[in-house]
Design a protein around this ligand. Structure first.
Ligand code: NIG
Ligand code: FE
Length: 412
């Protein structure tokens, strides 16, 4: 099957295969071809260029993109979309004055979701999660990382990871699985937290590795959750099974999460609502991608990741949704990109780079996703008629997507 998209107003994020991420001042550059064509064979981008230089191309499908912009689909490198039920009661509790931490202390929060998930069948969990997956695909996401972490028993963590695997088998969107057994301490380990760390290390990790259910490992390294020492122990053990770290750090407090992440060559350190000078120094010495989750800051009313400080220190930055029932009940990457521009003062070019090529890097997908590059997957968003790409984050809340192609096929 050959698809030609012609008369594209602007084809954006056009890259050579050698570029696997962008940092610092380079994030302000978004390579663009105006009045362009894009040629797809089966699931791969095979050619693109200016309409002035288009050769005779035979295609099965031709899409006229006059007045429209074409860009790579979003790469959402941090989500928790496999969960059971919702937590709108806690949302109301927070409106009435309780904090996220206070709700968690009352047995709400992650433990509330874990209880619901443990009581939900694998099949029902699959059905609930597939709806969210279909929603984010229609909003332009073409690759997504999904974490476990609402199971908190060996059985329930395996159930979550099997659902992720099933989603990955049944949908065209690229899915990467992360084991987040270290998301919270189950109540029964309240007074013996190290015993839960032990369960993760000696029971969960071997089983997950045996079934090949995860590529990445995550830890919620945070006050009242997992200490730096516990994070270190889990990452050390994970390494024996070849799991690559991508960890939650600096959401509410800075306890040394960036350091332990960088020491373990984490692929990414995520959240970073708080960042100190040492964190910046450490990140500069590393290949670790900092990841910001502005929808979480928006929903919880906590600080936004200081994007300007990170980028102006010549660091890269990726943007992801954090889609989950507690802190971010939204997987809309268009809103993430808008919010990054509006609240974090990222330019549209920086935000789009952060949500495409840098997001792909943060899930080890640089070779196949994140840019318009010959040989990469034909994953593209075709917008409605818009005046410019800056209009996308500007018109926040409007759905400006006309068509989403994943692996060369329209998902609609
Ligand atoms: O990334 N911070 C830890 N985990 C999630 C929230 C989990 C929840 O509240 O269910 C997050 O924000
Ligand atoms: Fe998260």
């Amino acid at each position: 099957m050959r698809t030609l998209i012609k008369n594209i107003k602007d084809l954006i994020q056009v890259r050579e295969p050698s570029i696997n991420m962008v940092s610092g001042a380079d994030m302000k550059i978004l390579p663009t071809i105006s009045n362009a064509y894009l040629f797809i064979e089966n699931d791969v981008i095979v050619d693109f260029g200016s309409m002035n230089e288009i050769r005779e191309i035979e295609s099965d499908i031709t899409i006229d993109a006059t007045g429209k912009i074409v860009l790579p689909t979003w790469c959402d490198s941090h989500t928790h979309i496999v969960y059971a039920g919702n937590r709108e009661n806690e949302f109301v509790d927070r409106i009435n004055g309780l904090s996220y931490e206070e709700i968690a202390k009352k047995g709400g929060g992650i433990l509330n979701s874990a209880k619901k998930l443990q009581e939900t069948s694998e099949n029902e969990l699959y059905i609930q999660s597939s709806k969210r997956l279909e929603e984010i695909m229609s909003l332009g996401t073409g690759a997504v990382e999904i974490k476990s972490g609402y199971g908190l028993t060996t059985q329930a963590e395996l159930k979550m990871l099997r659902v992720i695997k099933q989603l990955s088998n049944n949908y065209s969107i690229e899915i990467k699985a992360t084991f987040l057994g270290a998301h919270a301490f189950p109540l029964k380990y309240k007074d013996n937290k190290d015993a839960y760390v032990d369960l993760i290390v000696s029971e969960m990790l071997p089983k997950i590795s045996q079934e090949g259910l995860a590529e990445f490992v995550d830890v919620f390294c945070e006050t009242n959750y997992f200490t730096v020492a516990q994070t270190d122990a889990i990452l050390k053990a994970s390494k024996r099974y070849g799991l690559i770290p991508k960890i939650h750090v600096n959401q509410f407090t800075t306890i040394g999460g960036v350091q332990v992440g960088v020491e373990h060559n984490a692929l990414s350190v995520d959240h970073l609502e708080l960042v100190n000078d040492d964190d910046i120094k450490l990140l500069k010495t590393s290949k670790t991608m900092p990841v910001a989750l502005p929808s979480c800051s928006y929903f919880l009313g906590i600080p936004y990741t200081p994007a300007r400080r990170l980028i102006d220190n010549n660091l890269p930055l990726a943007l992801a949704s954090d889609y989950n029932p507690g802190s971010t009940p939204s997987g809309n990457m268009n809103f993430v990109v808008s919010t990054a521009c509006i609240k974090m003062k990222m330019t549209p070019e920086e935000a789009i780079n952060a949500a495409t090529i840098n997001g792909a890097y943060a899930m080890n997908l640089s070779k196949t996703h994140g840019s318009i590059t010959k040989g990469k997957k034909a994953n593209v968003i075709i917008t409605k008629k818009v005046p410019s790409y800056s209009f996308l984050p500007y018109a926040f809340g409007s759905n400006l997507i006309d068509t989403v192609l994943i692996n060369g096929k329209s998902i609609h």
